[in-house]
Design a protein around this ligand. Structure first.
Ligand code: ADP
Ligand code: MG
Length: 252
Protein backbone atom coordinates (compact mmCIF):
# COMPACT_ATOMS: atom_id res chain seq x y z
CA UNK A 1 0.00 0.00 0.00
CA UNK A 2 1.33 3.42 -0.91
CA UNK A 3 0.75 5.94 1.85
CA UNK A 4 -1.27 9.05 1.11
CA UNK A 5 1.04 12.01 1.53
CA UNK A 6 0.02 15.41 2.83
CA UNK A 7 2.55 18.25 2.80
CA UNK A 8 1.69 21.26 4.94
CA UNK A 9 2.96 24.52 3.48
CA UNK A 10 2.53 28.25 3.99
CA UNK A 11 4.38 31.28 5.27
CA UNK A 12 6.25 31.03 8.58
CA UNK A 13 4.09 31.52 11.65
CA UNK A 14 0.78 30.80 9.93
CA UNK A 15 0.20 27.63 11.96
CA UNK A 16 1.72 24.82 9.88
CA UNK A 17 3.11 22.95 12.88
CA UNK A 18 -0.03 23.46 14.95
CA UNK A 19 -2.28 22.21 12.16
CA UNK A 20 0.07 19.33 11.28
CA UNK A 21 -0.09 18.14 14.90
CA UNK A 22 -3.88 18.44 15.11
CA UNK A 23 -4.27 16.70 11.75
CA UNK A 24 -2.00 13.81 12.76
CA UNK A 25 -3.92 13.42 16.00
CA UNK A 26 -7.26 13.46 14.17
CA UNK A 27 -6.08 10.89 11.60
CA UNK A 28 -4.99 8.58 14.42
CA UNK A 29 -8.33 8.97 16.19
CA UNK A 30 -10.08 8.15 12.89
CA UNK A 31 -8.15 4.88 12.88
CA UNK A 32 -5.95 5.82 9.89
CA UNK A 33 -2.93 4.21 11.52
CA UNK A 34 -0.07 4.07 11.38
CA UNK A 35 0.68 7.67 10.37
CA UNK A 36 4.20 8.80 9.59
CA UNK A 37 4.77 12.33 10.85
CA UNK A 38 7.72 14.05 9.20
CA UNK A 39 9.23 17.21 10.55
CA UNK A 40 10.95 18.69 7.54
CA UNK A 41 11.40 22.14 9.04
CA UNK A 42 14.99 22.73 10.20
CA UNK A 43 13.63 24.69 13.15
CA UNK A 44 11.99 21.46 14.13
CA UNK A 45 9.26 21.64 16.75
CA UNK A 46 6.60 19.23 15.52
CA UNK A 47 7.74 16.83 18.22
CA UNK A 48 6.83 19.36 20.92
CA UNK A 49 3.44 19.95 19.36
CA UNK A 50 2.91 16.17 19.42
CA UNK A 51 4.39 15.77 22.91
CA UNK A 52 7.20 13.46 21.82
CA UNK A 53 10.85 13.50 22.91
CA UNK A 54 13.33 13.33 20.06
CA UNK A 55 17.02 12.64 20.59
CA UNK A 56 18.25 12.68 17.04
CA UNK A 57 17.39 13.91 13.58
CA UNK A 58 18.18 12.26 10.30
CA UNK A 59 20.88 14.86 10.00
CA UNK A 60 22.50 16.31 6.98
CA UNK A 61 20.29 16.48 3.98
CA UNK A 62 23.33 16.88 1.80
CA UNK A 63 24.06 13.80 -0.15
CA UNK A 64 27.84 14.08 0.01
CA UNK A 65 27.87 14.57 3.79
CA UNK A 66 25.35 11.79 4.29
CA UNK A 67 26.97 9.19 2.08
CA UNK A 68 30.46 9.95 3.39
CA UNK A 69 29.53 8.11 6.58
CA UNK A 70 28.42 4.84 4.99
CA UNK A 71 30.29 2.02 6.75
CA UNK A 72 32.34 -0.21 4.44
CA UNK A 73 30.39 -3.17 3.11
CA UNK A 74 27.02 -1.45 3.48
CA UNK A 75 24.99 -0.26 0.50
CA UNK A 76 23.63 3.25 0.30
CA UNK A 77 20.08 2.02 0.73
CA UNK A 78 20.94 -0.23 3.67
CA UNK A 79 22.61 2.72 5.33
CA UNK A 80 19.62 4.98 4.72
CA UNK A 81 17.34 2.30 6.18
CA UNK A 82 19.57 1.95 9.23
CA UNK A 83 19.69 5.68 9.90
CA UNK A 84 15.97 5.95 9.38
CA UNK A 85 15.16 3.22 11.90
CA UNK A 86 17.54 4.80 14.39
CA UNK A 87 15.90 8.20 14.38
CA UNK A 88 12.28 7.10 14.08
CA UNK A 89 10.38 7.76 17.30
CA UNK A 90 7.22 5.86 18.08
CA UNK A 91 4.13 7.64 19.31
CA UNK A 92 0.58 6.42 19.75
CA UNK A 93 -0.61 5.44 16.29
CA UNK A 94 2.18 7.35 14.59
CA UNK A 95 5.92 7.43 14.10
CA UNK A 96 7.85 10.67 13.95
CA UNK A 97 10.84 11.35 11.76
CA UNK A 98 12.81 14.56 12.20
CA UNK A 99 14.75 15.44 9.08
CA UNK A 100 17.00 18.03 10.70
CA UNK A 101 19.03 20.87 9.39
CA UNK A 102 20.40 20.87 5.88
CA UNK A 103 24.11 21.53 5.78
CA UNK A 104 25.28 24.63 4.01
CA UNK A 105 23.43 25.45 0.84
CA UNK A 106 22.79 21.78 0.18
CA UNK A 107 20.44 20.54 -2.46
CA UNK A 108 16.96 19.94 -1.15
CA UNK A 109 16.31 17.31 -3.81
CA UNK A 110 18.33 14.93 -1.70
CA UNK A 111 15.97 15.39 1.23
CA UNK A 112 13.07 14.23 -0.91
CA UNK A 113 15.07 11.38 -2.32
CA UNK A 114 16.11 10.42 1.20
CA UNK A 115 12.54 10.45 2.39
CA UNK A 116 11.33 8.22 -0.43
CA UNK A 117 14.25 5.79 0.03
CA UNK A 118 13.51 5.73 3.75
CA UNK A 119 9.87 4.96 3.19
CA UNK A 120 10.71 2.13 0.84
CA UNK A 121 13.14 0.61 3.31
CA UNK A 122 10.53 0.45 6.07
CA UNK A 123 8.45 -2.62 6.63
CA UNK A 124 5.60 -0.65 8.15
CA UNK A 125 2.69 0.19 5.89
CA UNK A 126 1.88 3.77 6.67
CA UNK A 127 -1.59 4.85 5.65
CA UNK A 128 -0.80 8.55 5.81
CA UNK A 129 2.32 10.64 5.77
CA UNK A 130 2.02 14.20 7.09
CA UNK A 131 4.99 16.44 6.36
CA UNK A 132 5.36 19.67 8.31
CA UNK A 133 7.50 21.73 5.97
CA UNK A 134 9.06 25.15 6.14
CA UNK A 135 7.73 25.60 2.66
CA UNK A 136 6.83 29.16 1.89
CA UNK A 137 7.23 30.42 -1.64
CA UNK A 138 10.99 30.11 -1.62
CA UNK A 139 11.11 26.50 -0.56
CA UNK A 140 8.38 25.41 -2.87
CA UNK A 141 10.30 27.00 -5.72
CA UNK A 142 13.34 24.97 -4.69
CA UNK A 143 11.31 21.80 -4.94
CA UNK A 144 11.57 20.96 -1.25
CA UNK A 145 8.21 19.35 -0.95
CA UNK A 146 8.41 16.60 -3.58
CA UNK A 147 5.13 15.39 -5.09
CA UNK A 148 2.63 15.00 -2.27
CA UNK A 149 -0.94 13.81 -2.89
CA UNK A 150 -2.24 16.87 -1.07
CA UNK A 151 -0.62 20.23 -0.56
CA UNK A 152 -2.27 21.85 2.43
CA UNK A 153 -1.66 25.58 2.25
CA UNK A 154 -2.07 27.29 5.61
CA UNK A 155 -2.69 31.02 5.74
CA UNK A 156 -4.15 33.75 7.82
CA UNK A 157 -7.40 35.02 6.34
CA UNK A 158 -6.15 38.54 5.56
CA UNK A 159 -5.87 39.92 2.03
CA UNK A 160 -2.10 39.47 1.95
CA UNK A 161 -2.37 35.90 3.19
CA UNK A 162 -4.95 35.11 0.56
CA UNK A 163 -2.69 36.52 -2.16
CA UNK A 164 0.18 34.37 -0.89
CA UNK A 165 -2.05 31.30 -1.11
CA UNK A 166 -2.70 32.17 -4.76
CA UNK A 167 1.01 32.54 -5.44
CA UNK A 168 1.84 29.23 -3.71
CA UNK A 169 -0.79 27.46 -5.81
CA UNK A 170 0.56 28.97 -9.04
CA UNK A 171 4.12 28.12 -8.11
CA UNK A 172 3.19 24.56 -7.21
CA UNK A 173 1.44 24.16 -10.56
CA UNK A 174 4.40 25.61 -12.44
CA UNK A 175 6.60 23.05 -10.69
CA UNK A 176 4.53 20.27 -12.16
CA UNK A 177 2.51 19.45 -9.07
CA UNK A 178 -0.58 19.07 -11.21
CA UNK A 179 -1.33 15.64 -9.74
CA UNK A 180 -1.43 17.21 -6.27
CA UNK A 181 -4.73 18.40 -4.80
CA UNK A 182 -4.28 21.78 -3.23
CA UNK A 183 -6.33 22.51 -0.17
CA UNK A 184 -6.37 25.86 1.55
CA UNK A 185 -6.78 26.21 5.29
CA UNK A 186 -7.42 29.59 6.90
CA UNK A 187 -6.14 29.66 10.44
CA UNK A 188 -6.69 31.92 13.44
CA UNK A 189 -10.18 32.98 12.48
CA UNK A 190 -11.61 35.46 14.98
CA UNK A 191 -15.34 35.84 15.34
CA UNK A 192 -17.49 35.03 12.37
CA UNK A 193 -16.48 37.64 9.83
CA UNK A 194 -17.56 36.71 6.31
CA UNK A 195 -14.31 35.45 4.87
CA UNK A 196 -15.00 35.56 1.17
CA UNK A 197 -11.90 34.65 -0.71
CA UNK A 198 -12.03 36.23 -4.12
CA UNK A 199 -10.61 33.99 -6.79
CA UNK A 200 -9.65 31.25 -4.38
CA UNK A 201 -11.81 28.14 -4.18
CA UNK A 202 -13.65 27.50 -0.96
CA UNK A 203 -11.14 26.55 1.71
CA UNK A 204 -11.00 23.03 3.10
CA UNK A 205 -11.22 24.41 6.63
CA UNK A 206 -11.41 27.49 8.79
CA UNK A 207 -9.49 26.92 12.02
CA UNK A 208 -10.55 29.34 14.77
CA UNK A 209 -8.24 31.31 16.99
CA UNK A 210 -8.22 29.07 20.05
CA UNK A 211 -7.15 30.17 23.54
CA UNK A 212 -6.36 26.54 24.46
CA UNK A 213 -3.64 26.56 21.74
CA UNK A 214 -2.20 29.79 23.17
CA UNK A 215 -2.36 28.22 26.61
CA UNK A 216 -0.63 24.99 25.52
CA UNK A 217 2.02 27.05 23.76
CA UNK A 218 2.66 29.32 26.76
CA UNK A 219 2.95 26.39 29.14
CA UNK A 220 5.07 24.22 26.86
CA UNK A 221 2.37 21.57 26.65
CA UNK A 222 1.65 19.54 23.51
CA UNK A 223 -0.94 21.00 21.13
CA UNK A 224 -2.49 17.56 20.85
CA UNK A 225 -3.38 17.80 24.55
CA UNK A 226 -5.91 20.62 24.08
CA UNK A 227 -9.42 19.75 25.33
CA UNK A 228 -11.55 17.47 23.18
CA UNK A 229 -14.23 20.15 22.84
CA UNK A 230 -11.93 23.01 21.86
CA UNK A 231 -12.97 24.76 18.64
CA UNK A 232 -9.65 24.35 16.80
CA UNK A 233 -9.73 20.62 17.41
CA UNK A 234 -13.26 20.31 16.04
CA UNK A 235 -12.20 22.21 12.91
CA UNK A 236 -9.07 20.08 12.49
CA UNK A 237 -11.18 16.93 12.85
CA UNK A 238 -13.37 18.07 9.94
CA UNK A 239 -10.24 18.86 7.95
CA UNK A 240 -8.97 15.33 8.60
CA UNK A 241 -12.22 13.97 7.18
CA UNK A 242 -11.75 16.03 4.01
CA UNK A 243 -8.22 14.62 3.68
CA UNK A 244 -9.39 11.04 4.32
CA UNK A 245 -12.09 11.40 1.67
CA UNK A 246 -9.46 12.63 -0.82
CA UNK A 247 -7.37 9.57 -0.07
CA UNK A 248 -10.26 7.33 -1.04
CA UNK A 249 -10.19 5.50 2.28
CA UNK A 250 -13.51 4.80 3.95
CA UNK A 251 -14.40 6.91 6.97
CA UNK A 252 -15.22 5.15 10.23
N1 ADP B 1 -5.64 28.52 15.79
C1 ADP B 1 -4.75 29.07 16.62
N2 ADP B 1 -5.13 29.67 17.77
C2 ADP B 1 -4.23 30.25 18.59
N3 ADP B 1 -2.91 30.27 18.38
C3 ADP B 1 -2.44 29.67 17.25
C4 ADP B 1 -3.33 29.03 16.33
N4 ADP B 1 -2.57 28.52 15.31
C5 ADP B 1 -1.29 28.82 15.59
N5 ADP B 1 -1.20 29.51 16.75
C6 ADP B 1 0.04 30.04 17.36
O1 ADP B 1 0.76 30.73 16.35
C7 ADP B 1 2.16 30.51 16.48
C8 ADP B 1 2.74 29.97 15.18
O2 ADP B 1 2.18 28.68 14.93
P1 ADP B 1 3.05 27.51 14.29
O3 ADP B 1 2.14 26.34 14.16
O4 ADP B 1 4.32 27.31 15.03
O5 ADP B 1 3.34 28.15 12.85
P2 ADP B 1 4.37 27.67 11.72
O6 ADP B 1 4.66 26.22 11.95
O7 ADP B 1 3.63 27.92 10.44
O8 ADP B 1 5.57 28.54 11.84
C9 ADP B 1 2.34 29.57 17.66
O9 ADP B 1 2.65 30.34 18.79
C10 ADP B 1 0.97 28.92 17.80
O10 ADP B 1 0.71 28.53 19.13
MG1 MG C 1 6.52 25.22 12.19
Amino acid sequence: MTPFTVAVAGKGGTGKTTISALLIDALVREGMIPVLAVDADPNANLNEALGIEVAESLGSMREDAFTRNIPPGMSRNEYIGLRFRKVLVEGRGFDLLVMGRPEGSGCYCFANDLLSSCMRSLERDYRFVVIDTEAGLEHISRGTIGHPDVLLIVSDPGARGVRTVGRIRELALSLGLDGTSMLTVYNRIRGDAPYETAGIPHPAAYIPEDPSITDADLNGRPITGIPADSPARAAADSLAKVVIRRSGQPLK
